[in-house]
Ligand binder design. Structure first.
Ligand SMILES: C=CC(=O)SCCNC(=O)CCNC(=O)[C@H](O)C(C)(C)COP(=O)(O)OP(=O)(O)OC[C@H]1O[C@@H](n2cnc3c(N)ncnc32)[C@H](O)[C@@H]1OP(=O)(O)O
Ligand SMILES: NC(=O)C1=CN([C@@H]2O[C@H](COP(=O)(O)OP(=O)(O)OC[C@H]3O[C@@H](n4cnc5c(N)ncnc54)[C@H](O)[C@@H]3O)[C@@H](O)[C@H]2O)C=CC1
Length: 331
């Protein structure tokens, strides 16, 4: 069977994303075959087409860590043709062909049946939105309530950040959005941010303080680096930072003091190997009580053939919100 795909190839000059017609050998091993409606653009997809990006070991590969579409064949009793599904995480788009193609095949144990979401909405959320939901869920499980005080979201115009702002505001939290984009105030206020501040720390060259004035009840952080160290030193007693990313750096130059003097918790968020039962349960919440109220505002659209341009913007930190990559009918 032949189908169209965007295939990442290693070349002498780096990695090239090429539109081409491929055969069955580009369907991964698995029991569920999905007609892809949409994929999306994630920071990790940007790394997948970056030489030495650290996420893909063997090329050629069809990138696309999000696959949203309709089941066309299933050897699993859990899925039937016509089911609307999303699959993401595990090896998808890094060592198992992903969503930048008309067809994808994955193990049934990686597939989530959609409830309360269209395939387009699911792609608009995608891995980044799911990671935001995991972060919010982790803070709720730790006891955070809207009465606890302001919740900080860093990297707030990004995929993880913007969905986190939307979900938290929808739950009634006072959300403070931190962004380096000086023109993003209106957009973040429209998602529900109570106030918008610049990147943290305000003075990036200042010597980090082990403890600062405690101002945040908790935080959702996808930036990491010095920024996260600053955030940790300004979280209130018993609060937590749910951390998922490294756009500001993978090093964490902190001290033990926020943890041992204020009981602050650092909660690691990994969407990739999150167990399937919990993954399905959280997607159900994302279609229902955690459903972001401004998905259409934070969503952009591009045809899959423009994936390279969108991913370049993500790598350069110039991207905002979530970009759905249309697959069906776009080759
Ligand atoms: C959607 C999700 C995200 O966006 S996550 C953020 C994006 N991901 C990254 O930026 C990670 C990029 N990866 C890297 O930079 C490197 O792979 C590394 C620094 C994580 C490790 O590279 P290194 O060359 O130092 O070591 P190995 O590749 O030999 O791995 C060592 C050890 O770690 C295990 N491992 C590697 N990657 C992952 C991973 N993503 N998740 C879990 N574990 C990982 C690897 O299997 C090795 O363990 P071993 O027991 O020896 O097999
Ligand atoms: N742990 C997990 O399972 C997951 C981790 N991630 C990680 O989360 C991070 C964010 O992912 P996305 O939201 O998809 O990316 P994105 O590109 O949509 O957003 C990143 C945001 O960070 C901002 N940013 C860039 N450099 C910065 C800096 N030096 N300081 C402060 N902000 C900076 C950008 O302006 C942008 O708003 C990435 O590191 C990604 O790898 C994403 C999804 C899942």
């Amino acid at each position: 069977m032949a189908f169209w795909a965007m295939v990442a190839h290693e070349t002498d000059n780096g990695v090239a994303l090429v539109r081409e017609e491929v055969g069955d050998d580009f369907l991964g091993p698995g029991t569920v075959t999905i007609k892809v409606h949409y994929s999306s653009a994630n920071f990790k997809d940007g790394l997948a087409i970056t030489p030495r990006g650290g996420v893909v070991r063997n090329y050629p590969i069809i990138p696309g860590i999000d696959i949203a579409g309709e089941v066309v064949a299933s050897e699993s009793a859990d899925f039937a043709p016509g089911d609307a599904v999303i699959a993401h995480g595990y090896e998808i788009g890094v060592s198992h062909h992903g969503g930048f193609a008309e067809l994808a095949r994955v193990p049934a144990e990686w597939v989530v049946k959609l409830d309360g979401l269209s395939t387009r909405e699911a792609a608009a959320l995608g891995t980044a939105g799911f990671t935001a939901a995991m972060s919010v869920q982790a803070l709720l499980e730790r006891g955070l309530t809207p009465g606890s005080g302001p919740v900080l979201v860093t990297g707030a115009t990004g995929g993880v950040g913007s969905v986190a702002v939307d979900i938290l505001a929808g739950l009634g939290f006072e959300v403070v959005a931190s962004t380096g984009k000086t023109d993003a105030g209106e957009q973040l206020a429209a998602l529900g941010a109570k106030s918008v501040i610049g990147r943290l720390p305000e003075d990036p060259d200042a010597k980090p303080r082990p403890l600062g004035k405690a101002v945040w009840a908790s935080a959702v952080d996808s930036v990491g680096g010095k920024s996260l160290a600053h955030v940790l030193s300004t979280i209130e007693y018993g609060g937590a930072a749910a951390i998922s990313g490294l756009t500001g750096g993978s090093e964490l130059p902190t001290t033990v003091l926020p943890f041992i003097l204020r009981g602050v918790a650092l909660i690691g968020i990994d969407s990739v190997n999150y167990p399937i039962a919990r993954r399905r349960a959280l997607w159900t919440r994302l279609g229902n009580d955690l459903k972001p109220q401004h998905l259409s505002e934070l969503e952009n659209y591009a045809p899959i053939t423009e994936a390279d341009t969108v991913l370049r913007a993500i790598r350069e930190g110039k991207h905002s919100g979530r970009t759905v990559l249309g697959v069906a009918g776009e080759f």
